[in-house]
Design a protein. Structure first.
Length: 131
């Protein structure tokens, strides 16, 4: 009897610890990417007439590189459809920035931020998501 209780307790504790680790990693990734995307958005708004396309391309390449580095770890525990939406939006954003279509780029940037926030809300550990 006590063996089963101990095993169940270890399993439950392992689940909670694993959830905390993955949730912290997700929140850190989403906050960092959102922050970089918001900085890029502000830069595009501030310099709408004198847009430095080289700098925007470099910043977008950095964001895309960071996403690709973190994508593999996120794919272990987040639905692939959600990650694919972010990747699709980032790819569209990158192409709009390279072609200097900043109105469309801002739209895709907002979509990317929305999907990232949606992922964060969807996978947060609370009673609403548990039940």
């Amino acid at each position: 009897m006590w063996k089963e209780v101990i095993i169940c307790g270890v399993i439950i504790i392992t689940i909670f610890i694993g959830n905390q680790i993955t949730q912290n990693y997700s929140v850190e990734t989403i906050e960092e990417l959102t922050k970089q995307l918001e900085e890029l958005k502000q830069e595009m708004y501030q310099k709408q007439e004198n847009v430095d396309s080289e700098k925007n391309n470099e910043k977008m390449d950095d964001i895309f590189k960071q996403w690709n580095e973190r994508h593999d770890k996120l794919a272990y525990y987040i639905e692939h459809d959600e990650l694919e939406k972010v990747e699709t939006n980032l790819t569209s954003l990158k192409s709009y920035i390279k072609s200097n279509e900043y109105a469309e780029a801002v739209s895709e940037l907002d979509k990317s931020v929305f999907v990232l926030k949606h992922i964060e809300d969807k996978y947060v550990f609370n009673l609403q998501n548990v039940f």
